[in-house]
Ligand binder design. Structure first.
Ligand code: ZN
Ligand code: ZN
Length: 343
């Protein structure tokens, strides 16, 4: 099978073609696994983090890609034919496998398992014609999406869904979003649908994003250092820096919760944390929670919600062998729309 493999870590600025086209033996599905013939795979910022070593794959070479749509090509031994049949369309997301036995796995929080393995990092992913995956980590794709439209929903959408769920928002309460990238756009759409009486307040550093937030139905949009017109019950932070965390805490109502949805925070503005003021930022039972990975239920519940709303991503397609170009364009934030490889 053809695959784009990552043979070595590097900085994309030094090496704009980190992935190499290779011919690999077709993978064989093991016990409880299915073989998927890939038709589309989304390109995510996390792939940049993997290539540049911020979340490095444990073994190289590896096939990246964790927003995979394809069709079941074969069932491994013990894969239950009642779950998927050959030819069925499925999606694969960031969660590849977890131990299945620990306290987190037994309570639907397999995203927190010490043995959490990620698709396209700890196991080969979807930048290839074929991949294998445990059957419980594959999901049916609602009919209303094309393969390419469904791919980007499998990452930013599912994680956005988890962060909204962890925010504990109830209908009528005020939601804040600080940072307004792909995941936050989706959260705004989800929140408007699921909590129709709630108002959404968006903090963003650019006027264009603030304008876009208002177009999507935000009640208010301002700079990350502005004060919202109302205290907010929950705020979801998707920025990679610290200053918005302090500013968000200041905007929380008593008992409000800040959810940080960021795989890591940069050290560059860490001194902003010295501005933390206990009475203004934490007193009155304000809380902070991070969001890590996704559980399987987040993916399946979000796909159903996305079909219901509907959320149909704007996509820009690349051929599999042009994966390097897609990554360079993603890093340069060239051209709007989620990037998807056609396999
Ligand atoms: Zn991703
Ligand atoms: Zn576990």
């Amino acid at each position: 099978m053809r695959a784009m493999i990552l043979p070595a870590l590097c900085r994309l600025d030094d090496n704009p073609t980190p992935l190499h086209l290779a011919e690999l033996p077709a993978p064989e599905p093991g016990t409880g696994e299915i073989l998927v013939r890939v038709s589309a795979c989304g390109v995510c910022h996390t792939e940049l983090d993997e290539i540049e070593g911020r979340t490095p794959p444990p073994r190289l070479p590896v096939v990246l890609g964790h927003q995979v749509v394809g069709r079941v090509a074969a069932l491994g031994p013990g894969a239950s034919a009642f779950r998927f049949s050959v030819g069925e369309r499925v999606g694969v997301a960031w969660i590849y496998s977890a131990c299945g036995a620990c306290e987190f796995c037994r309570s639907g929080r397999e995203n927190l398992c010490a043995d959490f393995r990620a698709t396209g990092r700890d196991a080969n992913g979807g930048y290839a014609e074929l991949m294998v995956v445990p059957e419980q980590s594959a999901y049916r794709i609602p009919d209303r999406f094309t393969d390419a439209q469904a791919a980007p929903l499998l990452c930013a959408g599912a994680i956005g869904y988890r962060s909204l769920r962890l925010s504990g928002l109830q209908d009528g309460q005020h939601l804040g979003l600080t940072g307004f990238g792909a995941s936050a756009h989706l959260v705004l759409k989800m929140a408007r649908h699921r909590y129709p009486s709630s108002q959404v307040f968006v903090f963003s550093r650019t006027a264009a994003e603030q304008e876009f937030a208002r177009e999507l139905g935000a009640a208010w949009a301002g700079d990350t250092i502005d004060t919202a017109p109302e205290p907010l019950h929950c705020i979801i932070d998707t920025t990679p820096v610290w200053r918005p965390v302090i500013e968000a805490l200041r905007n929380l109502a008593p008992a409000g919760r800040l959810v940080i949805n960021a795989i890591r925070k940069e050290d560059a503005d860490k001194e902003a944390l010295l501005g933390l003021d206990y009475p203004a930022h934490l007193w009155l039972e304000r809380e902070i929670k991070s969001v890590a990975n996704v559980a399987r239920a987040d993916v399946s519940e979000f796909l159903a919600l996305a079909a219901e709303i509907p959320i149909v991503p704007e996509v820009q397609e690349y051929a599999l062998e042009d994966a390097n170009q897609a990554l360079v364009d993603l890093k340069a934030r060239r051209i709007r729309g989620a990037k998807v490889l056609r396999v």
